[in-house]
Design a protein around this ligand. Structure first.
Ligand code: NDP
Length: 248
């Protein structure tokens, strides 16, 4: 960050769900924000406007996080329009559930490519600048499925467990450059991803949660914003579960 300039945050999968709430929260906290989306241009433009009304510069870019070239272009554009990236939040993610016995190669690879390779591509694209500036933080959205595993989600659980291993290794590697890397592992959060569940499944799922409800995207965004900021200056390599006590 140059003197008097706002810090810059990069958020993947910002057009909807948790990523969207993170964009709004970071913009409200004074960050200039560059977020990406895959195809939902209308939602992205609306968010760009809404977050921009908070008084910060907000940039939305169509990116495919499975492509290294696409992510590199996004990061280069962000650096040239907003400045070097101080905070990177990886929220882009998909599910393609199926029991392993029925799983297709496409279902396996699309989930690993988006959820795990996407985190690698974004982190790889920002890390050198952060090392040069001896400052930065990366926050990766995993899932409790990556900690405990979920039936019919072997692809998703593998990708989310991969994110945890990746982040811990990175935290050890770049701590000496004053760069922090942490994981947020949500339980059930109300988004389009969980909207796919039937009401019956949702009701049953909520019964497994001591707080008896799904979480809100703003609650996850609060945790991400905390981890992004100075109050979390001594926290790195950690996994934060935000699941209403579901896994206790
Ligand atoms: P949503 O389905 O609401 O949003 C997904 C976001 O990712 C969208 O912005 C979408 O863009 C973007 N995206 C998907 N694929 C790509 C791609 N290839 N390149 C760029 N962007 C892409 O997801 P949630 O908010 O529910 O989930 C956010 C993260 O949190 C995910 O990593 C998910 O695994 C994790 N999580 C969610 C939980 C939940 O209960 N919701 C629980 C635990 C973890 P577009 O709008 O253009 O499609």
């Amino acid at each position: 960050m140059t003197e008097n300039a706002a810090p810059v945050a990069l958020v993947s999968g910002g057009s909807r769900g948790i990523g969207r709430a993170v964009v709004l929260r970071l913009a409200a906290e004074g960050y200039d924000v560059s977020f990406c989306y895959q195809s939902n241009e209308q939602a992205a433009l609306e968010l760009e406007k809404e977050a921009g009304e908070l008084g910060r510069r907000v940039l939305s870019v169509k990116v495919d996080v499975t492509s290294s070239a696409s992510v590199k272009e996004w990061v280069a554009r962000t650096e040239s329009e907003l400045g070097p990236v101080d905070v990177a939040v990886n929220s882009a993610g998909i599910t393609r559930d199926n029991p392993l016995v029925l799983m297709s190669d496409e279902e396996w690879h699309s989930v690993l490519d988006t959820n795990l390779d996407g985190v690698y591509h974004v982190s790889r694209s920002v890390i050198f600048e952060m090392m040069k500036r001896k400052s930065g933080t990366i926050i990766n959205i995993s899932s409790i499925a990556g900690v405990y595993g979920n039936p019919t989600q072997s692809n998703y659980s593998a990708s989310k467990a991969g994110i945890i291993g990746f982040t811990k290794a990175l935290a050890k590697e770049v701590g000496r450059y004053n760069i922090r890397a942490n994981v947020v592992a949500p339980g059930y959060i109300e988004t389009d991803m969980t909207a796919e569940l039937t009401d019956k499944v949702k009701k049953e799922a909520a019964k497994q949660v001591p707080l008896r409800r799904f979480g809100q995207v703003e609650e996850v965004a609060d945790l991400v914003a905390f981890l992004a900021g100075e109050r979390a200056a001594y926290i790195t390599g950690s996994v934060f579960q935000i699941d209403g006590g579901m896994t206790v």
